[in-house]
Each structure stands twice: as C-alpha cells, then as structure tokens.
Design a binder for this molecule. Structure first.
Ligand SMILES: NC(=O)c1ccc[n+]([C@@H]2O[C@H](COP(=O)([O-])OP(=O)(O)OC[C@H]3O[C@@H](n4cnc5c(N)ncnc54)[C@H](OP(=O)(O)O)[C@@H]3O)[C@@H](O)[C@H]2O)c1
Length: 289
C-alpha cells in the first residue's frame, strides 16, 4: 500500500489521455494507464509512477474485472478517468448498423462496464471520483456526427444519473465536454467513416468538414480533466473545455435553445452571422497531441 493517490486512465496512447498521465505523474500521483495495443505498452516508460496495462474497453469481461486488477497495481485507487473513445463519422444513412453498434460498444458499453467495475470499490472505501469523457457534441448536435454524439449524449446522462445515485456513498461522478481539439482522433486512419454514403450528401458533408479543420490545443482539455479530479468540488457535474466547448453552453443560456439552434444551423452550412461570430471565439493554439 502506498500513500500516494492513484488514478486509472483509459486510452492513454495519445491525445488527452496521454497528456493527463504526465500531469498526474508530475503532481505525485501514481497512475494506472491503459492502452489498447501491445505496441503502446512502453509509451509511458520514461515517467515514474506509471503502470501501463493492456485494455481494450470493448472487452466487457476484462472491463468488469479491471477495478480489482487496477487496485492491485499500487494497493489503492482514488479516481477513474474513462477517456478511451473513437469517432464514427458521416451521415447516419451511410453508416452500417455494425459501425453504429461498435461505436456504442466502445464509447458507451465499455465505459459503463468500467463504471460498474469501480463503483463497488469506491462505495466500500466511501470515496472515489469518476470522470466520464463526453463531448461538446452532446450539448449541441452537429450534422454528420449523429452516432458519435448519440454515444456521447448517453455518457453525459449516465454521468448525471450516477452523480445523484452515488453521492450518498462518497463517490463523485463528473462528465467532461471537450470542444474541438487537435488530437489523433480525427486522423483518417483512426476515424471510422460511414461506409456507404449516397453521393447526394457529399457536397454538404464536405462543406461542413471544411468549416471544422482548425482545432484547439488538447492541453486545454487535459488541464480541465486534471482539475476535475483535484478541485474538491463534489456538487458540479458538467465541465467544458476549449473556447468552443465553453462558449456553446454560455450561448445557449444567452440566446435560449431555439435561437441558438437557428444560429448554429446557419453556421453549419457556412452562413456565419455576426451574432454567431461574436459569441464563438476561435480555436486556441492548435498543436496536435
Ligand atoms: N479531440 C476532440 O476534439 C474530442 C472532443 C470531444 C470528446 N473527445 C473524446 O476524448 C476522448 C479522448 O480522445 P482524443 O481526442 O484524445 O483522441 P485520441 O488521441 O485518438 O485518443 C483516444 C484514445 O482512446 C483509445 N481507444 C480507442 N478505442 C479504444 C478501445 N476499444 N479500447 C481502449 N482504448 C481505446 C485510443 O487508443 P488507440 O490509439 O489504440 O486507438 C487512444 O488512446 C475520446 O473519448 C473522445 O471521444 C475528443
């Protein structure tokens, strides 16, 4: 048993997960970091206090057993960050049911199984923090992204329900809604593109994609993720990161749902209004990670 706190983070080969492993380790935490591929098992070798384990979150049996396995690494466990996920992109009509099921398997069912694995441990010790990574696309629905955002909407509502359900056991559940960030999730070899898209979608889909190419620095999200575990706030459930991630809920409050939706719909076909531009700051420093 160690005196150091222990955080378990899924999906740490790249992106937010990779950045936040370093932040926790540098702050004196022990980290159980998971990767999906054997070839990434040494990705954190240079960092002290990190144990890297293989976990494909699609394997529900492994997920359900992972709470105990993770606890055995350092003897205790204080926080879980469910970060692993990927992007199934494109019109719903062109996405196969198999693609849709796989998106939910990773982004929702795997995440649920991991929540289930750690809840009994946290309930027994009467403490524990669970961060579930949702998306700003669960706050407002982008076109050509409906399956992904449906999966992230499920994560958001699961987290709110659990926040209320588990408070009496000393467990704090929070959801993170990152804005558009420059990680490898958008790399063509990582995106699971709709397989069978009718030609008539292409012009609008291409135009929409061309509006979303500039993205913010993923460190902005890693900072919020780190803060969510460390800020001691047990009553706040929704956290937003990045200029767009923070501006969208603010604009929703200012304009109300219907007016925001009107402005947002114009923006998605390339008709940015003065009002939209005033409310939405541009991306910040877009280094990939
Ligand atoms: N970047 C954004 O703009 C953005 C916005 C909102 C929300 N998010 C969410 O943020 C989270 C992190 O994404 P990121 O942007 O940092 O992208 P990323 O760099 O692609 O990182 C995603 C991580 O999840 C892992 N992963 C994917 N499928 C997995 C599986 N079945 N089992 C275990 N690990 C798996 C990936 O492993 P491999 O390298 O092996 O594939 C990778 O380590 C995701 O949940 C994503 O949906 C991202």
């Amino acid at each position: 048993m160690t005196n150091k706190k222990v955080v378990v983070i899924t999906g740490t080969s790249s992106g937010f997960g990779n950045l936040v492993v370093k932040m926790f380790a540098n702050s004196g935490w022990n980290v159980v970091a998971t990767v999906r591929k054997e070839s990434d098992l040494h990705v954190h070798d240079e960092i002290d206090g990190v144990k890297t384990l293989l976990l494909d979150v699609n394997d529900e049996k492994a997920d359900l057993a992972f709470g105990d396995l993770a606890k055995r690494q350092f003897g205790n466990v204080d926080a879980l960050i469910n970060n692993a996920g990927y992007f199934q992109a494109g019109p719903l009509e062109g996405s196969s049911m198999d693609q849709i099921h796989r998106q939910f398997q990773t982004n929702v069912f795997g995440l649920i199984a991991l929540n289930k694995a750690f809840i009994p441990i946290f309930r027994e010790q009467h403490s524990g923090i669970i961060i579930n990574v949702s998306s700003i696309s669960a706050e407002i629905g982008f076109p050509y992204t409906s399956t992904y955002e449906a999966s992230k909407g499920a994560v958001a509502m699961l987290s709110e329900g659990l926040h209320a359900e588990l408070a009496e056991f000393g467990i704090v559940v929070k959801a993170l809604f990152p804005g558009n960030m420059n990680t490898s999730i958008f790399r063509p070899d990582k995106v699971d593109r709709a397989e069978n898209v009718p030609e008539s979608y292409m012009a609008s889909w291409n135009k929409f994609n061309s509006l979303n190419t500039v993205r913010s620095n993923p460190q902005l999200t890693a900072d919020v993720m780190f803060n969510m575990v460390n800020d001691g706030n047990t009553s706040k459930v929704r956290y937003y990161s990045g200029p767009d991630g923070q501006a969208i809920p603010r604009a929703k409050k200012l304009l109300g749902q219907d007016w925001l939706w009107e402005e947002f719909s114009k923006r998605n076909i390339g008709e940015q209004t003065t009002l939209w531009n005033a409310l939405m700051p541009g991306p910040k420093d877009s280094d990939e990670n």
